[in-house]
Ligand binder design. Sequence first.
Ligand SMILES: *Cc1c(COP(=O)(O)O)cnc(C)c1O
Length: 430
Amino acid sequence: MKYYSTNNKQNTVGLKQAVLKSLPADKGLYMPERIGVLDPSFIDGMRRLTFQDIAFSVAQCILGDDIDDETLRGIINRSINFDAPVHHLTDTISTLELWHGPSLAFKDFGARFMAELMSYLVKDDKEQLSILVATSGDTGGAVAAGFFNVPNIDVTILYPKGKVSPLQELQLTTWGGNIRAIEVDGTFDDCQALVKGAFLDDDINQKQNLSSANSINIARLIPQSFYYFEAYKQRQDTSKELVFAVPSGNFGNLTAGLLAKRMGLPVNRFLAATNSNNIVPHYLATTSYEPRPSVQTIANAMDVGRPSNFSRMMDLYDNDWSRIKADIEGYYYDDEETRFAVKYIHKTYDYVADPHGAIGFLAAHQYLQDHSALQAIFLETAHPAKFLPVMEPLLGDIDIPEKLSDLRSKEKKADSLSKEFVEFKSYLLS
Ligand SMILES: *Cc1c(COP(=O)(O)O)cnc(C)c1O
């Protein structure tokens, strides 16, 4: 099957190029030309299926032409090897916990699946594939865990020295093997500039087969559709229609939900829930799209002022505001409201939600006040222990899962570089 660029539908490539090159030259984003639709009887029968069985059928809707069944099953069984449980808070509000993977954030779904898919796509190539990724925190940990020990691929992670949390740093720097970390004496933007420079450098490209684990890669989006089906399967009341509240930054998660709906999942509506970076809620309320520099909030994984997947959302609705508006409602909350929600959820339901999930809860709660015949599931996108400096002043001590606390006994291994490109270049070529 072909993948087209959202900037020009005539500009198409095959799966391998869409995944390994990540971005079309015209700076659009790749979209699948066709999205398969699942039979209603499949959806009604999901309660008898495992998450992996469901994921396999959903993946076939897009990848079925390019990947044989046995290979696709293998990719799913190795990458989606943890649960996505729904936890009920009230009769009508539940949360989908997406933090049961190795790095404790939903980004594990995309990163692990992409790692397995890339490994399959390069299996007959003679050259080793080298992934370069710059991270400000969460993405690097998920990518490292996803690509660790994947054959024929090595990963170089660049992070800004002293600007990621101590636990996040250990999630990047304790792997060894095919994963190496570089602490750059600079900012996240400097790290990104080094990665970009490498992609544009002839000497490096002649010697190495480079690829990126960028968040706009279509391979990261596809597996995020799986858990919307898994959540629907676990909904508490089969007589009520379902809305999903999605805490959003770059809108990959929400776009994956829209794909799930295209594949036949009965979703009444999606709630686009943001922090003060309310570009998309503003668009939905006014028809006017006004990207702007992001502002810092306590839900910092959603501090995005120019949401990269917006062009995919527009593409799915042929740029028609009224059609988008029929499927998506926008909500946004400031830090004070977010802190209130974290405390409220804890006090009222004895549940610890992280700041991103708490924003999803607020949207779900607000929407149900006007739509009492519905039920809502909000996505809990990361484990609260990843945000101790925000959580502990609100709730006191937070339980730290072993996956995080075990890291404290491991040794950090990182190379140090300045932000000068010449130095990075000779490092890559040596
Ligand atoms: C990345 C991230 C988000 C935002 O997801 P998008 O797909 O970019 O909208 C939300 N919460 C957490 C914890 C994240 O790491």
